[in-house]
Design a binder for this molecule. Structure first.
Ligand SMILES: [Zn+2]
Length: 426
C-alpha cells in the first residue's frame, strides 16, 4: 500500500499538480533533449561506434617469422573509391549536403581512430569533373579538401576516374592537368620522413595523365590512369603506355640481381613487386564469382562487363600484368566489392563506393603493407538503414510522447502499471 502511494504520487499524479505552463515547458525540454540525443547519435556517435570495431590487419614480417634483426616497417594504407562528390548540375542540394556530411564524418572519424599514414582514392572522386566549368571545379575541389582534410603527415593520393576526367571520348589534356594539379602527382612520396623517390624513376609531369610511380625504400605503388588505356593509339593513350613501359623497365632492372648494362648506374627501385592502383578493374567477364554482403546484387552479377566501359580491355589488362608484374591490384568503378585472382595468382580487390549515395553499406579497405607481404581488412561504415530506422523510431516516440502529454493517449507506463495491478489483485 505504501509503495503504491509513493509511486502514484511521485511518478504519476504528482505531475498533474504542476502549473500548466511549467508542464508545457517540461514537455518541450524533454522533446528537445530527445531530438538532440538522436541527432548526436545518428550524426556523430554512430561513426565512432562502428569504425571503432575496425583494426589494422596483422601482417607477417620477418621478425615475426623468427628472423633476426629489426622488424620491417609496416605502412598503414587506407584505400577508398568512388566518392562522387556531386557537382553543380546533378543531384539535389540536400542530397549533396547529406552525402558530403556523411563522408566527412566517416573520413575524419577514421583518421582519428585508425590513423592511416597514406590514403589512396581510387578514382571518381568528383561526379562531374568530366564536364564541370572551371568555377564549378574550383568549388568542388574546395569542398573536397574540407571533407578530406588531414594532418600534414598523412599523404592523400588519388587516381583519375571516368567521372573526374571523362571516359576516353570526353578526356582531354586540360581535364587531366586540372585533376593532377589538385592531387600533385609529381610530388615525391615520402613515408616516415624518408624521401624515397629514386632519381630517374619519377617520370616528369606531362599531359598524358600517368601512370605515376610512388616508391618508398622498400615498396612501390603504381598509380595508373586507366581511362588512358583505351589502346587506340591516341596521343594521351600512347603517352600513358610509354610511361608504363618505362616504369616496367625500371622495375625489371631492380628485380635483376646482376644488373644488366641497359639499366645504367642509377639507384635501384625496391625489388619487391609493386601494388597497382587504378580506377577501372582489370578485365573480368562479370561479377558472378564475387561474394560477400557488399558484392553486386544478384540481378546485376551476371551482366557481362563491357570492355573499356565497365572494366579495362583484355589487352590492356594483360599488358599491365605483364609489364608491371604487380603483387596486388586495387580498383574502383563498380561500386561493389569483389576479389578476383588473375593469371599467376595476382589478387585484385574491387573497392566498393565510399558514398552512401551509391551504397547502403559503404566501406574502405585497410592495408598493412611491407616490402614482401600485405594484409587487407575491410572496414564497414554505418548502414544507412540503421540511421533511418533510428530516426523513424525516434519520430514515432516523439509523436507518442506529445499525444500522451496532450492527454489524447494514455501513458504506456500507466497502462502497463494498471495492468500489473489488476493482475496482482486477482
Ligand atoms: Zn567510374
Amino acid at each position: 500500500m505504501a509503495a503504491e502511494d509513493i509511486t502514484s504520487t511521485g511518478l504519476g499524479s504528482g505531475r498533474q499538480h504542476l502549473h500548466p505552463l511549467k508542464r508545457r515547458g517540461l514537455v518541450l525540454l524533454r522533446l528537445t533533449a530527445i531530438v538532440f540525443a538522436v541527432l548526436l547519435f545518428c550524426e556523430f556517435l554512430i561513426y565512432y561506434l562502428v569504425i571503432f570495431r575496425c583494426s589494422w590487419p596483422a601482417v607477417k614480417t620477418p621478425a615475426d617469422a623468427g628472423a633476426l634483426g629489426t622488424p620491417e616497417p609496416v605502412l598503414r594504407a587506407m584505400f577508398l573509391a568512388d566518392t562522387h562528390l556531386l557537382g553543380a548540375v546533378r543531384g539535389h542540394w540536400l542530397d549533396k549536403l547529406r552525402r558530403e556530411w556523411q563522408m566527412e564524418r566517416a573520413f575524419q572519424t577514421t583518421l582519428w581512430l585508425l590513423q592511416p599514414e597514406v590514403v589512396f582514392i581510387l578514382g571518381d572522386v568528383f561526379d562531374e569533373g568530366k564536364w564541370s566549368s572551371s568555377q564549378a571545379w574550383v568549388d568542388d575541389v574546395g569542398r573536397f579538401w574540407k571533407i578530406f582534410r588531414h594532418p600534414p603527415h598523412v599523404q592523400l593520393r588519388a587516381v583519375a576516374g571516368n567521372h573526374d576526367i571523362g571516359f576516353h571520348y570526353q578526356m582531354n589534356t586540360y581535364k587531366i592537368k586540372r585533376f593532377e594539379k589538385v592531387f600533385n602527382p609529381e610530388r615525391l612520396f615520402s613515408w616516415k620522413g624518408i624521401n624515397f623517390c629514386v632519381p630517374g624513376t619519377q617520370l616528369p609531369a606531362d599531359s598524358t595523365g600517368g601512370p605515376w610511380l610512388i616508391s618508398c625504400p622498400c615498396l612501390s605503388f603504381v598509380m595508373v590512369n586507366s581511362v588512358a588505356l583505351e589502346g587506340d593509339g591516341c596521343d594521351i593513350c600512347s603517352g600513358a603506355e610509354a610511361e608504363l613501359l618505362e616504369i616496367s623497365h625500371w622495375l625489371n632492372c631492380s628485380r635483376e640481381e646482376h644488373r644488366p648494362q641497359e639499366c645504367g648506374d642509377g639507384q635501384r627501385l625496391p625489388a619487391s613487386a609493386p601494388i597497382l592502383l587504378q580506377h577501372f578493374p582489370l578485365y573480368r567477364r562479370n561479377d558472378a564469382n564475387c561474394s560477400g554482403e557488399d558484392a553486386a546484387p544478384p540481378d546485376e552479377k551476371y551482366t557481362p562487363f563491357k570492355e573499356r566501359y565497365d572494366a579495362l580491355s583484355q589487352e590492356a589488362s594483360r599488358k599491365l600484368l605483364w609489364w608491371l608484374r604487380p603483387r596486388l591490384v586495387l580498383s574502383g568503378h563498380t561500386h561493389s566489392a569483389c576479389e578476383v585472382l588473375h593469371g599467376a595468382g595476382v589478387l585484385e580487390v574491387s573497392v566498393p563506393s565510399f558514398s552512401w549515395r551509391n551504397r547502403n553499406n559503404p566501406s574502405f579497405i585497410m592495408g598493412s603493407v611491407t616490402p614482401t607481404e600485405y594484409a587487407l581488412a575491410k572496414c564497414y561504415l554505418p548502414c544507412e538503414d540503421t540511421v533511418l530506422t533510428t530516426y523513424c523510431t525516434a519520430a514515432g516516440g516523439l509523436v507518442l510522447l506529445t499525444l500522451v502529454h496532450a492527454g489524447l493517449v494514455a501513458s504506456p507506463f500507466h497502462f502497463g502499471w494498471n495492468m500489473l495491478r489488476k493482475f496482482k489483485t486477482k
